[in-house]
Design a protein around this ligand. Structure first.
Ligand code: TIU
Length: 221
């Protein structure tokens, strides 16, 4: 049995059953002028994890393990965007509005693309999702089942919104879930810390947490 040093205890790593899920590393969340900035957030905080996510991607690629990328985005006619999501609050730009990176959070627009440094390679799956969770209204669950995947390593943004929502969805579906603590980030450092604390509390009520180095060390073995 392979193991990854993790919190709250070692993660029982099964190399033939594990995949990496990189959540929403999109220009709309990470670059100025996108959705994240329109909500009043400092996107600079998120840019800091790009090299770490890249290292994690390289580790999974070198080990020949499956990689899934997600993008939060909507159809151009907004038919998959509930008014409750689009109209809430008073952002500088709403979903679907024209901004400096095209229409905000719309599939096919420059802002919805994954940042160039983390661009998916051929053979890696890209899941477009209308919700915060990657299982809701997508084929992710069926694809993972088809590949026999039972364990998921999570990276991406933001920790307490799309990463945590997806991790909770996966946990309820029976996956062993591990979050890479230095390959995820929030616009709110306290929320990132709290989300990770919540995941590993109560004997790993949602899953495990480990650093990228701890995960890569196990992949190297
Ligand atoms: N991807 C994701 O986390 N979507 C968000 O809207 N996050 C915020 O923190 N706003």
């Amino acid at each position: 049995m392979h193991r990854i040093a993790a919190q709250p205890f070692e993660f029982p790593f099964q190399p033939d059953r594990i995949a990496l899920v990189v959540i929403d590393m999109q220009r709309d969340f990470i670059e100025p002028g996108g959705f994240g900035a329109s909500l009043g957030n400092d996107v600079g905080l998120l840019q800091a994890i790009l090299p770490t996510v890249e290292r994690l991607l390289h580790g999974f690629r070198a080990a020949g393990l499956p990689i899934f990328h997600t993008r939060e985005c909507h159809l151009p006619d907004l038919s998959d965007c509930p008014p409750a999501k689009r109209l809430r609050g008073a952002p500088a730009l709403r979903i679907g509005d024209a901004g400096p990176m095209g229409r905000v959070l719309i599939a096919g627009q420059p802002g919805a693309d994954i940042v160039p440094a983390l661009a998916p390679l051929p053979g890696e799956v890209v899941i477009d999702k209308p919700g915060k969770g990657a299982f809701y209204a997508t084929a992710l669950g069926e694809m993972l089942t088809g590949l026999g995947i039972r364990q998921l390593v999570f990276a991406g943004v933001t920790t307490e919104v799309c990463v945590q929502t997806t991790m909770r969805e996966a946990n309820d579906r029976g996956y062993d879930c591990l979050i890479a603590t230095d390959a995820t980030e929030s616009y709110f450092p306290a929320f990132k810390a709290a989300a990770i604390d919540m995941i590993i509390a109560q004997g790993g009520i949602v899953g495990w947490a480990a650093t990228t180095d701890q995960i890569l060390e196990a992949l190297d073995d």
